[in-house]
Write a protein that binds this ligand. Structure first.
Ligand SMILES: [Fe+2]
Length: 354
């Protein structure tokens, strides 16, 4: 049983004033909040952002604010559990829906936080990363890792929207967040993802493996989708096909801090994800599904369940089981998932429970 500890108000005001004058703080009134019993008390609250609700507001931003006045025209998907003004989806993850209108250009810059883009709608936009011009098509994942120059352009005739996922809250917390603006990049070539399109076969011209930390910057949805469908043909019917977006040279996560995955639910399928220490974000690429965060405890109401349609996004705190269910008995559902697994693993705090 946990002993009740002394409170701040139990201490005499003149003693508290004397501590404050010396920049000192008593630990015991805050000890339980810093180190709660058994499991953390996350600020991250299960939250759903409906695309149908945010899309008109994002398009309105396109009318209200020219790209030159925004640089990046983004509505941040902020978790109320962290305070909207802090612009966090979880303690380490930032989510934003970004709009680029035909003919617009979001100028070249680089920064310390890592970013990825999951393309939500529209054709004709591209991101130039480190001199590679990468087309942006629905469901594609594009990396803009820490320190790499990137800019966005749009040659199409309809608005393009994508979901940004960054480790900005973490890098900002570390007081290591900054950006540098640069001139328009010279395009040195197109996307190199075809080099890694066949599993287990790596390019080695002259017996040399590719150098550089980010050999693959674009993960086309058609390849990810095909990989999931192939897995669906092999796995037992009760196992949901899932893939990790990996660095093809090392097999490690594609980026250092956040992990990225795609998961398929067959028609009518349910997937129970165990309670894991990292918080997670679920974005529905195709189909319809429910996301139940947590489980009802003894005598408690059922956990909140979100119903997602295409392009909806929700988040779940860590240490919480999540149940994904395909709402359709005819069509598969496809999720893009982002989480904090690489970070937790590197810090040695990664856990899976029950
Ligand atoms: Fe950026």
């Amino acid at each position: 049983m946990t002993t009740e500890l002394g409170r701040l108000e139990d201490l005499p005001p003149n003693y508290l004033a004397a501590l404050k004058a010396q920049n000192l703080v008593p630990l015991w009134p805050s000890l339980r909040a810093l180190l709660p019993p058994t499991r953390p008390r996350p600020g991250t609250r299960p939250t759903l952002w409906r695309y149908e609700a945010l899309r008109p507001l994002l398009l309105q931003a396109g009318e209200l604010t020219p790209i030159e006045k925004a640089e990046r025209r983004v509505l941040v998907l902020a978790n109320p559990g962290h305070g909207l003004e802090n612009m966090k989806a979880s303690s380490a993850m930032y989510l934003g829906m970004q709009l680029l209108l035909p003919g617009e250009w979001a100028p070249s810059h680089r920064h310390t936080p890592n970013a990825v883009r999951m393309i939500v709608e529209g054709e004709g936009a591209y991101t130039t990363v480190d001199g590679q011009k990468l087309p942006m098509r629905r469901g594609d994942l594009i990396l803009t890792p820490t320190g790499l120059w990137h800019e966005h352009g749009h040659d199409g005739d309809q608005p393009v929207v994508w979901l940004d996922v960054l480790d900005l809250p973490l890098v900002h917390y570390l007081e290591a967040s900054y950006h540098v603006n640069g001139p328009r990049q010279a395009v040195a070539g197109g996307s190199t993802e075809r080099r890694y399109a066949r599993g287990g076969l790596l390019p080695t011209p002259g017996f040399e493996r590719t150098q550089g930390a980010y050999p693959m910057l674009r993960y086309p949805w058609e390849e990810a989708r095909a990989a999931l469908l192939a897995l669906a043909g092999e796995l037992p019917a009760d196992e949901a096909p899932q893939i990790t977006y990996a660095n093809p040279e090392t097999g490690a996560h594609a980026q250092n801090i956040l992990g990225f995955y795609a998961l398929m639910l067959r028609p009518g399928q349910t997937a129970r994800l165990p309670a894991r220490s990292p918080a997670a974000v679920f974005h529905l690429i195709e189909g319809g599904a429910t996301v139940q965060v947590g489980e009802p405890g003894p005598g408690t109401a059922p956990a909140p369940a979100f119903t997602l349609v295409e392009a909806d996004t929700c988040c779940a705190p860590g240490y919480t089981p999540v149940t994904l269910a395909n709402a359709s008995t005819r069509e598969p559902a496809f999720f893009f998932i982002a989480d904090e697994t690489p970070l937790h693993q590197k810090l040695g705090v990664f856990e899976v429970r029950g």
